[in-house]
Design a protein around this ligand. Sequence first.
Ligand SMILES: [Fe+2]
Ligand SMILES: [Fe+2]
Length: 313
Amino acid sequence: MHRLDSQTLSEDQKLLDATASVAESLFERHLAKTKEWFPHELVPWSRGRDFEPGQEWDPEEYALPDAVRSALYLNLLTEDNLPYYFHAISWLFGEDTVWGAWNRRWTAEEHRHSIVIRDWMTVTRAVDPVVLERARMAQVGTGYAPEGKLSNTCEGVVYVTLQELATRISHRNTGRLLDGPGQEVMAKVATDENFHFLFYRDLATAMIEVDPSRMVMAFETQVKSFQMPGAGILEFARHASATAAAGIYDFNIHYEQILAPVILRHWRLESLTGLTPEAEQSRDRTIAHMKRIERVSKRVADRRDRQMAASSH
Ligand SMILES: [Fe+2]
Ligand SMILES: [Fe+2]
């Protein structure tokens, strides 16, 4: 983990102090809107049976397209990496007052995601449990952490906003390709991710009011460097491209459903005022970069639609 210089730390602290009351009301809104739910009630336990030690996993027991297995594998391992996300958020926001309270509540909710997805996957035998456990050990044992790429609180808030929305989309799209209980599990998790997304998105809006220039510069680094948090997972590239080919999460979704609606339409990057000259230049670069992403993402969508049409004939 890198250290932040004292100027960054004091600017971050000013921003956190100036937005603490907004964070408190967003946290209250979160607590009022989220409803208690129980992982054990969503898992079809009657479909399960004991695993004999050493017994080979048989994919035929639960027929699923490989791309859906890839998505489940990535989604669950991402949730498993929770200790490092907790660490990153605690590093970005600190552990006191509302910031620590939010992080602890958020952590408890996130942990429920890996519980319910793993229980469902173990019972249904959707993914080889040995491969999954080895990948979990590799992932958590390596300590892949997003904060290595973040250099201040503004970047952190932008990153987690985009990341929560990305996980909402990825979980929901995976669920749509599953049968009843699996669909319900993924939809429930996606609903939680949406509440997390709303907390961070609206917190970022408040931060833009306090310090538009640093937030605009954070957009640039996050638009240019954003990676799904699963990037440290074993065989990430292979599973991510399978997931993309199935339309669960790809570059087109990334632009059309994440970058454009959040950065351009909700945070209104193009019409923000009160920027320093440095931030103005950063905004121009980000807008130009997003236009390039839009073009590439349209090509990706065309190719995906052609391939999906061809394979359904
Ligand atoms: Fe989650
Ligand atoms: Fe989340």
